[in-house]
Design a protein around this ligand. Structure first.
Ligand code: AMP
Ligand code: TRP
Length: 330
């Protein structure tokens, strides 16, 4: 564990403004961010990254506010951490250009996320290719020591370290090398209908993913219909009982017990599912209510993002100036 002189670990993470979060986003990212926030933590809604996709401007604007409201509703406190919108801190795009001249074409060509996304679109944007460099800029601007990210972002984080190290060697010590951190529990919430795949926004079965806007009835229906197995023994065992283990893991993330301890209390799948659906509904209800309240108050949201942009810019401008000067810019 790294500790900065300010008492907390410097953390940065970002989330794309891409619609209503699902239970995987909440347990794997939002809740973890809220639980580990401190005065040295920076969280941003990465709307510049969203420009790499085809997105309607009005929709982007609205989803960016949705993203901020979901982060606040999940428990981020703008008085404790720094919560901001990426595009409001111009140093992200500026540093990204400098780092595009440190990263190589070959490195970016090897990014699996780029290869996957590019193979699915004709005429993909140049920004899709340089996306990981912008992500590196996000992280390096804040001298982040830890970056909470999912598995799928590990390669981007490795690249960030490479870029930082190369920059430091070439131009003098400038950037902190970050490490990726995975949440202790619920790092991967699986699809309720197909426990071999991650819960995601783009699942084929609408029953597989729990949206944070689902009401108690929908939650109950989806959990009751969740795929388990037929041997009827309640046991935490990812290998042989992935569907059930997913439910136990979700239970544990909300109740704070270990999944094994939860398993011990049940002998029947039906009882576990009933209690789990009540627990999830009860835990999400106040978050959803807070989201609606926050989202309706645009003035308050604007005040919060203005404060965030101001706090983030102070740190980002200092790092950017240092990097620009090191590279010989006037
Ligand atoms: P995405 O929706 O894939 O852009 O992810 C946004 C954030 O949610 C990232 O930090 C992911 O690691 C996290 N996340 C997405 N899906 C899941 C999942 N099924 N389980 C846990 N975390 C997830
Ligand atoms: N690429 C990340 C994702 O798709 C989002 C992201 C952008 C990010 N910048 C970041 C995550 C900086 C962590 C740190 O999930």
């Amino acid at each position: 564990m790294h500790c900065s002189y300010y008492g907390g670990v410097r953390i940065l993470s970002g989330i794309q403004p891409s619609g209503t979060p699902h239970l995987g986003n909440y347990l794997g990212a939002l809740k973890q961010w809220a639980d580990s926030q401190n005065s040295e933590a920076f969280y941003c809604v990465v709307n510049l990254h969203a420009l790499t996709l085809q997105i309607d401007p009005e929709e982007l604007r609205s989803q960016t506010f949705d993203g901020v409201a979901w982060l606040l509703a999940s428990g981020l406190d703008p008085e404790v951490c720094t919560l901001f919108i990426q595009s409001q801190v111009p140093y992200h795009a500026q540093l990204s250009w400098l780092l595009e001249n440190v990263a190589t074409f070959g490195e970016l060509s090897r990014m699996t996320q780029f290869k996957e996304k590019a193979s699915r679109q004709d005429g993909y944007r140049a920004g899709l290719f340089t996306y990981p460099v912008l992500m590196a800029a996000d992280i390096l601007l804040y001298n982040a020591q830890e970056v909470p990210v999912g598995d799928d972002q590990r390669q981007h984080l490795e690249l960030t370290r490479e870029i930082a190290e190369r920059f430091n060697n070439r131009f003098g010590e400038t950037f902190t090398l970050p490490v990726g951190v995975q949440p202790k529990s619920a790092a991967r919430v699986m699809d309720l209908q197909d426990p071999s795949r991650k819960m995601s926004k783009s699942v084929s079965s609408p029953l597989g993913s729990l949206s944070l806007l689902d009401d108690a009835k929908e939650i109950d229906k989806k959990i009751k219909k969740a795929v388990t197995d037929t041997d009827n023994e309640v046991r935490f065992d990812w290998e042989n009982k992935p569907g059930l283990s997913n439910l136990l893991e979700i239970f544990s993330a909300f109740s704070g017990e270990t999944p094994e301890a939860v398993a011990e209390r049940y002998t029947r799948y039906g009882d576990l599912k009933g209690d789990l659906s009540a627990l999830v509904a009860e835990s999400l209800a106040p978050i959803t209510a807070r989201y609606h309240e926050l989202r309706a108050n645009t003035n308050q949201l604007n005040e919060i993002i203005d404060l965030g942009a101001e706090k983030a810019s102070k740190v980002a401008s200092a790092t950017y100036e240092r990097a620009a000067k090191a590279m010989g810019l006037i």
